[in-house]
Design a binder for this molecule. Structure first.
Ligand code: HEM
Length: 580
């Protein structure tokens, strides 16, 4: 009789050979794809370390072609470096590649598949996307936030003038823009619940998330080495990070109930507030869980802050490096402003050169150069090659913007290339996809562009910008940070001088009564009396770091906006007594 141990081993041995044979079939097909030589066990990982990822991939694609297979540990990854193949994938296989890979970080940040950006493709993702499109980031909603943007821009301008007046005139614009955009996004996403004490924490958390993407979890490449991540403390770090987020969200959720009971604040327009209200909306057809609210809120903070900041930081850098472009942008602003010292959103449509300038920035410096990774849900074909299920896919959008067959002199900064050109960033032109393409493309494009345009327009209209003395254009390093979001590595230090003709000229330091101004913005009423400020409005002041008792006279720019607020629809010409 056969030994029972041997008998039990037969199915296991058979299964082993079956799997081996299956693997060989797959690898034969996949081996046909161009692929750099790889090392045992780690595959091609060693070719990616030590350099900026999208640049390493670009370099590899020059040797191995625009469709290239990499083995990152046990993970098959297809890298596409040319627009034509990207178009083929999206046209034929967008649905096949509609899901995101499950990685340790994405799993955590998605609140266990309860968000959009990192969520697996499926019913939940579709529900979240509908919520975002119809309730949070619809064109009407984006438009309705124009007051919030105007207020924040005004504060930014004052801040720039104030910081410049205090030191030697040099400001670190990178830091100012960074905290400005955190304020903008947190304000619209979290509303007045976030106090000024919590803002630095939020800023830290959002930037850490970007860095976390590059924290290498061995488990993602070698599932059997999960225990090493535990030993290295990576799991604990991620868990603690998420605990901090969770405590913050819980507090907001708890306050939401109280807020509606105690204050009955009907003007609560934050994204998170809207989502909490929608929890009781039966017409939605599905129930939104607290985890979905947390996941979605986190999505917008993570997806919104670093990307928008990077675009504005690169924009200001390119303007300083290209004085002719700066002059053209400023001339256009002056013409459109008709003597006003603040550019309002209604004027943005007339700023065609500013718009092509921003396009050129996004072409050369896409904030997410590799978009977000996708993964195939089933077997498919690309360029005649068989691509197995669960193959990861990466589009190198940074390389697309430098493809010589689509762009003349691609390394040159030339906004003029977009004049009289229909090429746009909305995902139809595959050579220019800073916001991604297909089903998984960015949901925040309109919101991001509204913030970027109004901010740059006013920064450039109000100030003339130059490099600190002793620094030349040649000293400006144009290398980007390594990370999912590709902002410029070197901080941008500049000297702002109030523009000639600006009504704020020679008025450093500019101190304003923000409390009065903000009260107008929020209620169009008067708040001479401190007692009349509601608790929620009080928190708005805190959110904006403004002491309610602060200040003297409103600035001209604020007067202008106040008049618009008080007389919506009027042309709101500035009268002579508005001038200093
Ligand atoms: C200049 C600013 C921005 C850029 C360049 C940008 C770019 C991107 C890119 C490249 C993707 C991945 C697309 C893909 O995989 O094909 C993405 C996804 C996403 N973005 Fe943005 N983004 C920006 C701002 C924003 C803002 C302000 C928000 C929201 C407040 C936002 C929300 C999202 C969401 C929810 C997704 C996930 C879409 C999905 O997976 O289905 N983004 N964005």
């Amino acid at each position: 009789m056969m030994n029972p141990t041997l008998l039990a081993a037969i199915p296991i041995i058979s299964l082993f050979f079956l799997l081996l044979a299956r693997r060989r079939v797959f690898s034969q097909k996949v081996a046909l794809l161009p692929s750099p030589p790889r090392l045992p066990f780690i595959g091609n990982l060693h070719q990616l370390f030590g350099s900026i990822l999208h640049r390493s991939l670009y370099k590899l694609s020059k040797q191995h072609g625009p469709l290239m297979l990499l083995h990152l540990g046990t993970i098959r990854t297809l890298v596409i470096s040319c627009p034509k193949i990207a178009e083929e994938v999206i046209r034929n296989n967008d649905l096949v590649f509609a899901t995101r890979p499950k990685t340790k970080v994405m799993d955590f940040l998605s609140y266990n598949n309860n968000n959009i950006a990192f969520a697996q493709y499926g019913v939940k993702w579709r529900q979240m996307k509908t919520l975002l499109r119809t309730h949070l980031l619809s064109p009407q909603r984006v438009k309705s936030l124009s007051f919030d943007r105007a207020e924040e821009v005004s504060l930014l301008l004052e801040n720039v003038a104030d910081v410049a007046s205090r030191g030697n005139g040099v400001i670190c614009l990178t830091e100012i823009l960074n905290s400005y955009i955190t304020n903008v996004i947190c304000r619209v996403v979290l509303g007045s619940w976030i106090t000024k004490e919590k803002k630095p924490l939020l800023s830290k958390l959002s930037h850490e998330s970007s860095a976390l993407f590059y924290e290498v979890f061995l488990e993602d490449f070698f599932p059997n080495l999960k225990w090493l991540d535990v030993l290295r403390g990576s799991h604990r770090k991620l868990k603690n990070y998420m605990k901090t987020w969770d405590a913050l969200f819980e507090e907001i959720i708890k306050n939401h109930g109280r807020e509606s009971k105690e204050v009955n604040d009907k003007n609560n327009t934050s994204f998170m507030g809207a989502l909490l209200d929608l929890q009781n909306d039966s017409s939605l057809g599905f129930v939104i869980t607290n985890d979905q609210i947390k996941g979605l809120t986190m999505d917008m903070i993570i997806a919104g802050i670093d990307t928008t900041f990077a675009t504005m930081d690169w924009s200001m850098t390119e303007l300083v490096r290209n004085p002719k472009v700066m002059k053209k942008v400023k001339d256009e602003l002056k013409k459109v402003a008709h003597g006003e010292d603040m550019i309002s959103e209604e004027l943005l449509g007339q700023l065609s050169y500013l718009k092509v300038f921003i396009k050129e920035v996004l072409r050369l410096h896409p904030p997410a150069p590799l978009l977000l990774p996708r993964e195939s849900l089933q077997e498919s074909q690309i360029q005649g090659y068989n691509i197995p299920k669960q193959t990861r896919l990466v589009f190198n959008a940074w390389a697309f913007g430098r493809d010589k067959s689509y762009w003349e002199a691609p390394e040159q900064f030339m906004p003029e290339r977009f004049i009289d050109s229909a090429v746009d960033y909305r995902g139809k032109d595959f050579c220019f996809i800073p916001f991604g393409v297909g089903r998984r493309s960015c949901q925040g494009t309109d919101f991001a562009m509204a913030v970027i345009e109004i901010t740059l327009a006013n920064l450039l209209h109000r100030f003339d910008w130059s490099l600190p003395s002793g620094i030349t254009i040649e000293d400006m390093d144009m290398i980007e940070c390594d990370g999912v979001i590709s902002s410029r590595k070197q901080k941008l230090e500049l000297v702002p001088i109030a523009s000639k003709g600006s009504n704020e000229e020679h008025t450093y330091p500019m101190k304003v009564n923000y409390a009065k101004n903000l009260s107008h913005f929020h209620s169009l009423g008067d708040i001479e009396n401190q007692e009349s400020i509601s608790p929620s409005r009080q928190r708005t002041f805190e959110l904006l770091s403004l002491p309610p008792e602060a200040g003297r006279e409103p600035t001209n720019s604020f007067r202008f906006h106040l008049k618009r607020a008080e007389n919506p629809g009027s042309s709101c010409e500035r009268s002579s007594h508005d001038e200093h």
